[in-house]
Design a protein around this ligand. Structure first.
Ligand code: ZN
Length: 166
């Protein structure tokens, strides 16, 4: 293993990709090789600077975001203190309420219409049933009454016949 291999291992070390054995191997070499030690120190410094930048960046970003929000709040505060509610907001609100009420009225009437239709259909069905019932009873009433006429021409024969059948 020569110094260029160690250079590769060094980069892996800073990427946290080295095993414990590889780390001890690296440090053993660094302890013996002045050139690699110098490289390692330089790399370590670069890494440190890089990490510092990394940790500073989010803070700056956060600050910028907070400043933006603060500015916006200030602008909104100024706006509402100078003017009352903007006219377009009032109009917008009015239009919105109108749309909602129209929509709801429409929905209500639609529902009412449906209910009425249902009721109408129901009543019509009942009427039809009643009409049918009337027709049926009329039909029954119109049927010629069955007259049972018992005519006995010869009572004696009848009696006799009955007696004989007994
Ligand atoms: Zn070396």
């Amino acid at each position: 293993m020569n110094c260029s291999d160690i250079d590769n291992i060094m980069h892996e070390y800073f990427d946290n990709e080295l095993s414990k054995e590889q780390q001890s191997f690296l440090f053993t070499h660094l302890a013996q090789c002045e050139e690699c030690k110098t490289n390692f120190k330089a790399l370590n410094r670069v890494q440190h600077e890089f990490r510092k930048d990394e940790s500073e960046l989010p803070e700056q970003l956060e600050e910028r975001i907070f400043n933006t929000i603060r500015n916006k709040e200030r602008r909104v505060a100024n706006h509402s203190s100078q003017k009352r509610l903007p006219t377009y907001l009032i109009y917008g609100y009015g239009v919105l309420m109108t749309i909602i009420s129209v929509f709801m009225t429409y929905q209500f009437f639609d529902l009412k219409k449906e209910t009425l239709n249902y009721k109408e259909n129901f009543e019509m069905t009942i009427e039809q049933i009643n009409a049918q019932k009337k027709q049926i009873s009329a039909l029954i009433n119109e049927l010629p009454a069955v007259k049972v006429k018992a005519s006995v021409d010869n009572p004696d024969l009848l009696t006799k016949g009955i007696l004989e059948s007994l």
